[in-house]
Design a protein around this ligand. Structure first.
Ligand code: GAR
Length: 199
């Protein structure tokens, strides 16, 4: 199977996937990394691993769907079977999701459905949660709402700071995202309504 990663940021999850491909945990080929941010470090991780790294500028398109069409053209060109979002800070259009139904995965740095959105770690910290952790889910049109594949709960201790809590969450992300991708690649995930059955 071939996949693409869409990312907007520093790319630590992308790096974890590249490592998981190298060590044989993920048996799929990462064909292309696409970013909507020209200077995003994720593109650097891709280049270092000799994976095509492509910047597509949202400013060149009249709306979200036109931008997504350009992304889809790139995915088709690289014969991509499924798509992995890794810190991709854009909502996908219904046009995009129709091309890849139940074939787009995302990671979110909180235990969904708590703390959806772009400031999940800060909001969970400010709320004073005792448990938090990342969620891997299938992407649907509503933000951070698709069927849940894997979650990992992390205990927050009184001495934890925002930084130490973020570090624990990121470490857990780098563990469960490759696990979820491996399950998907091996055909072990069956979606039934909101539920994902691990076969
Ligand atoms: C990750 O923590 C991911 O959970 C989060 O962006 C970060 C990307 O880090 N995604 C979201 O908040 C999506 N709502 P990375 O660029 O180092 O992989």
């Amino acid at each position: 199977m071939n996949f693409a990663v869409l990312a907007s940021g520093k790319g630590s999850n992308l790096k974890a996937m590249i490592d998981a491909i190298r060590n044989g945990q993920i048996k799929a080929e990462l064909k292309v990394v696409i970013s909507d941010k020209k200077e995003a470090f994720c593109l650097e991780h891709a280049r270092k691993a000799l994976i095509p790294a492509i910047f597509i500028d949202p400013k060149d398109f009249k709306d979200r769907e036109a931008f997504d069409k350009a992304v889809i053209d790139c995915l088709v060109k690289h014969q991509v079977d499924f798509v992995v979002l890794a810190g991709y800070m854009r909502l996908l259009s219904s046009f995009f999701l129709k091309q890849y139904p139940n074939k787009v995965l995302n990671i979110h740095p909180a235990l969904l459905p708590s703390f959806k959105g772009t400031h999940a770690i800060q909001e969970a910290f400010d709320y004073g949660v005792k448990l938090t952790g990342p969620t891997v889910h299938f992407v649907t049109e509503a933000m951070d709402e698709g069927p849940i594949i894997l979650q990992e709960a992390i205990e927050i201790k009184p001495k934890d700071t925002l930084e130490s809590m973020a570090e624990k969450i990121h470490n857990a992300e780098h563990k469960i995202y490759p696990q979820a991708i491996d399950l998907f690649v091996r055909g072990k995930l069956k979606v039934e309504g909101r539920k994902v059955i691990v076969l």
